[in-house]
Design a protein around this ligand. Structure first.
Ligand code: ADE
Ligand code: ZN
Length: 339
């Protein structure tokens, strides 16, 4: 199975680049930039990765991001992630960055974008990994702050492929950002939003009806509303599910209770993603492996999850046809039949 998973062409559609900051790089950048961290060493930092929910993780994640200051830091961060993609046979990535996490500390928008984009371009040239970049608003901040960030991003909009919404979900419903998302759509940017991770099924409806999303990030609490489940199955509006994240953040108490395969069998366009892999115990390959080990996912189901990611991606039709063929070829070579 391990060999099958490694060779399966995979796409990542839900990844926060700040969530790929490994403890070793966090300490190296802290030293390079003279930023003190509240842990004496890498091991004690790792020992702090015991989360009782989304907020306890976010507190650590925003603190860790404080070592990212220069364009080269954002390049190094993104490059390290792309090297993991090569090892996992990830062929296409659509990644989030949180500009407000950095601009609030005085790091210019152009510095953040420039470093991430330069690494993605270099990764495409060196490894053939295609990419899209999604600017994400922090939902614990105000609508006004989101509009200010959109204004700051205006000179760079042609370099962004979409807009997202992340951070603490409870008490920050999608409706809070209906106006700023309407403006983003007017500007021609496709939009996505985290919803139904810790928040209720109604937040998923809000993201659909009030934000006009193309995909839902997480969305696993859709099971609480049968009408929503039917809607998602009928429309195939994709959910970017993150299995290891959900267990680490206690959305499910163990992998054996995760609902992603049930959703797959009910006809939803669910995909597998790693969210913040440096914090949650593994990159995309490890998330596929966790579904095999913890949920008994078959090779056929893993192939369908990867095919769903092709369908849910923002690739051109020609690229979708090519990747569909590559995944089907991988299945056929392993005697897996896809119907
Ligand atoms: N930011 C980074 N990871 C996140 C997650 N899993 N949910 C919400 N905001 C996030
Ligand atoms: Zn996320």
């Amino acid at each position: 199975m391990e060999h099958f998973i490694t060779g399966l062409p995979k796409l990542e559609l839900h990844l926060h680049i700040e969530g790929t900051l490994e403890p070793e790089l966090m300490f190296a950048l802290g030293q390079r930039n003279g930023v003190a961290l509240p842990w004496p060493d890498v091991d004690s930092l790792r020992a702090a990765y015991e989360f009782d929910g989304l907020q306890s993780f976010l507190d650590l994640y925003y603190l860790g991001a404080s070592v990212l200051i220069h364009e080269q830091d954002f390049f190094d961060l993104t490059w390290a992630y792309l090297e993991r993609c090569v090892a996992d046979h990830v062929v296409h990535v659509e990644i989030f960055f949180d500009p407000q996490t950095h601009t609030a500390r005085g790091v210019p928008f152009a510095t953040v974008l420039g470093g991430i984009e330069r690494a993605l371009q270099a990764g495409e040239a060196a490894f053939g990994i295609s990419w899209r970049l999604i600017m994400s608003f922090l939902r614990h901040l105000s609508e006004e702050a989101a509009f200010a960030t959109l204004a700051e991003a205006t000179p760079y909009l042609a370099r962004l492929h979409g807009v997202g919404l992340d951070s603490g979900e409870q008490g920050n419903p999608p409706s809070k950002f209906a106006r700023v998302f309407a403006r983003c759509r007017e500007l021609g940017l496709p939009v996505v939003a985290h919803a139904g991770e810790e928040g209720p099924a109604d937040y998923i409806w809000q993201a659909i009806r009030e934000l006009g999303v193309q995909r839902i990030d997480h969305g696993v609490r859709c099971v609480e509303d049968p009408a929503l489940l039917s809607y998602l199955a009928d429309t195939r509006l994709p959910l970017t599910v993150c299995p290891l994240s959900n267990v680490r953040l206690r959305v499910f108490d163990q992998m054996a209770h995760h609902n992603v395969l049930r959703l797959l069998e009910q006809g939803l366009c669910v995909t597998v993603n790693s969210d913040d892999p440096a914090y949650f115990g593994g990159y995309l390959g490890a998330n596929f492996q966790a579904l095999a080990d913890g949920l008994g996912a078959s090779q056929e189901q893993l192939c369908r999850l990867s095919l769903n990611a092709v369908e849910a991606s923002w690739l051109s039709l020609a690229d979708k046809v090519r990747l569909t063929r590559d995944i089907r070829l991988h299945a056929a070579l392993h005697g897996v039949s896809l119907h």
